[in-house]
Design a protein around this ligand. Sequence first.
Ligand SMILES: O=C(CO)COP(=O)(O)O
Length: 250
Amino acid sequence: MRRKIVMGNWKLNGTKESVEALLTGILPAAQATTTADVAVCAPDIFIDQVSRKLADTPIAWGAENNDVHTSGAYTGETSPTMLKEFGCTYVLVGHSERRQYHGESDASCAHKYALLQEHGLIPVLCIGETLEERESDRTNDVIRKQLAPVLNDLGVETLKNAVIAYEPVWAIGTGKAATKEMAQEVHAFIRQLIAEKSAEVAQGVQVLYGGSVKGANAVELFAQEDIDGALVGGAALIVEEFDAIIKAAG
Ligand SMILES: O=C(CO)COP(=O)(O)O
């Protein structure tokens, strides 16, 4: 039985005050759950604050991105070693917003993924199709292509220490989540692709769904066989919504 993960992705949001209030607000629900791991991925500037607040609590924290270098003349970047020093457990890799606005490719994502694992961090590899790709029946091809550098080049065993997030681009921030059937179908396909390399790894890897997850749809999504939790954007900024999603994982 795979453990569920409820993970927030705050994106480019927050103030010192709102971070403090949000973490104070979600802590009781996170402390009460015995069936799910809870985590928040924050903008780098808040990670120190988050780490102080969440030390000795059951909520893990992480970053939304990392550089492919560990140090050097790379202005504006944050390295995996820095994230590790500040207690991060997870780092998102290849979120569609980074692919879209920062030109990240499947190959560069695999590079980041490998570097994170080298430094003891858990990559959360984000994959998913656009609306156009879904409507032209290319969802499975896109998923296969996005997973290929990890599955074929880095190797299936690396997924023992990683999380996958299926986030259909058309469901992100639109209020239109995938139906439970649509999401389950892709999650099962992801697990099947992994099983072609290793049945054991496929059974163990946690595959989260992301895209307009809210308290109201979390229960039915989490009831699907291959959905092991959620990567939550907008609703992760609202205490009542994030609480409801944590409870849905229970
Ligand atoms: O991109 C997401 C999480 O990484 C999902 O965002 P929303 O939950 O706001 O749709």
